[in-house]
Design a protein around this ligand. Structure first.
Ligand SMILES: Cc1cc2nc3c(=O)[nH]c(=O)nc-3n(C[C@H](O)[C@H](O)[C@H](O)COP(=O)(O)OP(=O)(O)OC[C@H]3O[C@@H](n4cnc5c(N)ncnc54)[C@H](O)[C@@H]3O)c2cc1C
Length: 377
């Protein structure tokens, strides 16, 4: 309860009803932020359901009983760190065994970190369940990996976003939009250079471009997945997991697109032939696809690495990269190769190959430097 409240002679910035662990944690954070806080608890003991009590009805005197919460599962490590709870005696004890469930007929189920013991114990009730238990645990671990990073996040108010939320979204998306614009506009800027060699050259170039974009669609999906992993794990304070997800996705894309590039390189004529029967268009299209295929192994990982920066909220690094590589390298190089070195449209196709490969390499180098890890969104 925020605001200004009076309790007797004193004035408080916040009064918290109930000294369960949520109330206590909230009170500590408010006090840290210099608020004057009053916590009211109706029981003789604080801690709510997380408390361990003595002399509980039904238990012999002297027994200590954890009345409800006994597993320190969802208590965020960040809270333990920020409130310096260890300095006040907080300690985490490993549960071993983790649970003991007695049954009225005298049987019991004891579980713990020992997989062999768990299998023996569950087998007493069901051999099939015992065999399946590791799969169940693995499933839980996978679910936790997705859900856990979201626990500490402040959910956006989608029904009534505040001005701050809207501004943040606009700031984030505007760089992303600009980034896309820089990249896609460069493809269009190459058109006039190719157009100098006639309409057939343009037609061949456009067909090859469509094939390339289609072939790169799976890389786009994987890049977005990797970017999500980066955002989630950074949010959970685990940058090393973000990094490993990106390198894994990049490596997978490298192997996959090496193979795709080989197919495009070997069968460029047949592939372009599906879309046109005109000999001149086929010639230019084939040449474009053949040359662009040389760098294919780089394009997939390049996309993953570039998108990973976006996932970390660092939208400017890929924008600068796009600006430098597409506009300062690719377009002048295309013009030089096509006209000055008289390579014709092939010069443009080589410039595309060089630019995209360069983009992948420079993204990789910048990603390895790791400045994105310290980006605050
Ligand atoms: C059986 C059981 C087992 C659980 N096991 C686990 C577990 O193993 N691990 C885990 O992480 N979580 C577990 N939980 C969940 C966990 O206990 C709760 O999420 C947690 O205790 C909630 O904390 P809280 O501060 O919100 O509320 P509570 O812990 O319920 O605290 C609320 C406090 O407010 C006080 N209060 C209520 N009304 C008033 C009033 N009008 N005036 C003054 N004081 C008031 C109460 O006396 C109490 O002290 C378990 C819960 C239950 C019920």
């Amino acid at each position: 309860m925020a605001g200004n409240a009076t309790g007797g002679a004193s004035t408080y910035d916040a009064i918290i009803i109930g000294a369960g662990h949520n109330g206590l944690v909230t009170a500590c954070y408010l006090a840290r932020a210099k608020w004057k806080v009053l916590v009211l608890e109706r029981r003789h003991v604080i801690g709510g359901a997380c408390v361990t009590e003595e002399d509980v009805p039904g238990f012999p005197p002297g027994y200590k009983v954890s009345t409800a919460a006994y597993v320190n599962s969802l208590f965020r490590p960040q809270i333990i760190r920020e409130l310096r709870l260890a300095d006040y005696g907080f300690a985490l004890l490993e549960r071993n065994p983790s649970s003991f469930s007695p049954f009225p007929d005298g049987r019991y189920l004891m579980l713990g970190p020992d997989a062999a013991l768990n299998h023996r114990e569950i087998s007493k009730f069901s051999a099939r369940d015992a065999d399946n238990y590791p799969k169940y645990e693995a499933m839980l671990a996978r679910v936790a990996q997705v859900v856990e990073p979201t626990i500490g996040m402040i959910p956006p108010d989608v029904l009534k976003p505040g001005l701050g939320d809207i501004w943040k979204l606009m700031k984030l998306s505007s760089t992303g939009v600009f980034q896309m614009l820089v990249a896609t506009a460069s493809w269009t800027a190459l058109m006039p250079i190719v157009a100098g060699f006639g309409e057939v050259a343009i037609a061949g170039y456009v067909i090859a471009l469509r094939v390339v974009m289609f072939a790169l669609l799976p890389a786009l999906g994987l890049s977005n997945a990797a970017a999500t992993m980066v955002g989630q794990n950074l949010g959970a304070g685990k940058p090393e997991r973000s990094e490993s997800a990106v390198w894994k996705a990049g490596l997978f894309n490298f192997a996959f697109y090496f193979f795709v590039g080989l197919i495009l390189w070997l069968f460029s004529n047949q592939i372009i032939g599906i879309f046109t029967q005109e000999a001149e268009v086929l010639k230019y299209g084939t040449s474009a696809l053949h040359i662009i295929a040389y760098g294919f192994a780089f394009y997939g990982p390049g996309m993953v690495l570039e998108t990973a920066f976006n996932g970390a909220g660092d939208t400017w690094t890929p924008t600068y990269l796009n600006l430098i590589i597409f506009w300062l390298v690719e377009i002048p190089l295309a013009y030089l190769l096509a006209y000055y070195f008289e390579m014709g449209p092939d010069g443009v196709f080589w410039a595309i190959t060089v630019a995209f490969s360069l983009l992948a390499i420079s993204s990789g180098l910048l990603f390895r430097r790791g400045k994105w890890k310290s980006k605050m969104v």
